[in-house]
Design a protein around this ligand. Sequence first.
Ligand SMILES: [Zn+2]
Length: 314
Amino acid sequence: MALPDNPIMFANNPLDRAGHLRPNPDWVAAQLASDDALIVPLWQLNPLVLPELQPGDGRDVGYLPKAAFGEAWSDTMQVVFLGLNRRQKPLFAADISHMSAPEDMGPFKGMGQFEDLRGLAAAGDMSRTELAILAQAKGILDWNLRTPFCAQCGHPSQSAEGGYKRKCDNCGTEHFPRTDPVVIMLATHGEDCLLGRQRGWPDGMLSALAGFMEPGETLEEAVARELMEEAGIEVSSVSYLGSQPWPFPGSLMIGCMAKASHRDIQVDEVELEEAHWVSRSDIISSMAGQGPLGVPPEMAIAHQLMKAFAEGAD
Ligand SMILES: [Zn+2]
């Protein structure tokens, strides 16, 4: 049975990642060589996006057959396997950053635009499942491009298993894609929740507090530590709401609610400009665009935490 549809942006990736098949380099090579292969080029980590066929139709990912790459195809460029779509066609992503202006010259000229994934997700004119696939593409391509050397011995490492592993031929160490967990949490106290703002955010914008998890702590402990460090708030319980792939560059946002034991706030001014208790009624009106606060956009998991609070969670 499939998982229920998830309102969190970059969730609902529909691909079969074929984790039992992709360790075989011959299988991956055969998929890439097949006429069915569809490859999305990313330039500086921005995927090719095709324009709408008709106004209001929405935009599509620029999946292309290998032949369409023409002179842009290079056997040394990084290519990663994404998975099999529901028609069993293999999808790949390829880094074409070696090109200078692919929208204006070469084989991709006139096809569409290479777009920043965050802006694309915010624009709201591409399907959620396609955006989830692009989050995977950006994340795995970015990790490969950022990890050219073995962290153990410093020699060049080689991409393997369709991009889900890098191997060092010198010392034999295997490296796996990094995912950096971040806890993001809404502390609540009765009918109020705790929001803060970082320097440089738009005026009036407030959001849930967040921070990177550290080795040797549980989710609950990371939530409690971050709330204490950033706002001086002690919590008595933590509950998990949902998680979000966040490939900027390689995070997993883990959304939690936390019950605060008290209301006294002591802001860490290095981390935050301010933090306040905000009433549930102000959250409800602000999320409807009629309240006193600027709230995070729908694509942010902080929005989903605040929505859950607006709907009665605590
Ligand atoms: Zn090594």
